[in-house]
Design a binder for this molecule. Sequence first.
Ligand code: SAH
Length: 345
Amino acid sequence: MKTLYDFTYPQLVEWLESQQIKKFRAKQLFTWLYKKRVNDVEEMSDLSKEFREMLSQTFSMQSIQLKEKHVAADQTTKYLFELEDGLLVETVLMHHDYGKSVCVSSQIGCNMGCKFCASGLLKKQRNLTAGEMVQQVLFVQKQLDHDDERVSSIVVMGIGEPFDNYDHVLNFLKTINSDHGLAIGSRKLTISTCGIVEGILKLANEPLQINLAISLHAPNDALRSMLMPINQAHPIKELMEALMTYYDETNRRITYEYILLDGVNDHLEHANELADLIHGQNAYVNLIPYNPVDEQPFDRTSFKVALKFYDQLKKRGIQVTLRQEHGVDIDAACGQLRSKRLKEQ
Ligand code: SAH
């Protein structure tokens, strides 16, 4: 059943008008949903009884239910939700010194088949709706409300490939960004993609100025195609051309994510090749420690080797960070909790 969270603000205005309802109701509804954050239409006390009844009959108020919650030693919190059709989805809350960020899943399973990833082991069952993504964030925000705290940034880096579900992901981000909605600034929103070129080019023309992260993970086609099947469809040259277009249109700095896999992509030659590839771009590289997945044959690069890789990139004038990992003790990496539960079932 559709929820009120599926509507962006302009979509809600349009729907209300199609029902011959005054459009100022959209503002009232968004205030109840996103500012007062009520859980039930019945709490929307300035709406008439008939209107509330009509809303309750047309929409379900909540389509995700908390199944499990795990808090790691570093306070990273992982939520496992059950959707109306019984499928499971993961959301992670991370605490940084610059604020609280929520990692949102965009699909149930994923079809991209990256060889190191737990999500790819389970094929895509369906796309998440905009409302299901909005509710992941709202649920976490409602928990933070108890301590008067706020979600300050969103990364679409959970299970799924956001550009394989483009419209719903964009609608979700529009609601999160809207002044009528959660009002999280567009600069605090990030989409991470494995490199779907059509999505990158489409995003380049969106008025919403959100951040783009590219899961690169390898500096050449031979290695990247082995790790990430998407590279066969969109090889590195095509990806780089799309990113140039994206940069020309948006002037926004690009983030490259690079998981360090022991003995696979972490040699100094790889660092040099990577530097050659992105040299001169307004971009930075986020080196990510690998969270080993039981079924996959990869290991984490040692910290010592990671530092050498990092130093080499620095030496070559590349902006780089060595990412801290969050919540290792609770399987917070992509798809790990969900795949564990599915195996148990
Ligand atoms: N499909 C999108 C977003 C989901 S994956 C993408 O590819 O970007 C989010 C990030 O986590 C990606 O960079 C992905 O490559 C990385 N990732 C996947 N499995 C991982 C693991 N086991 N350890 C560390 N990072 C992982």
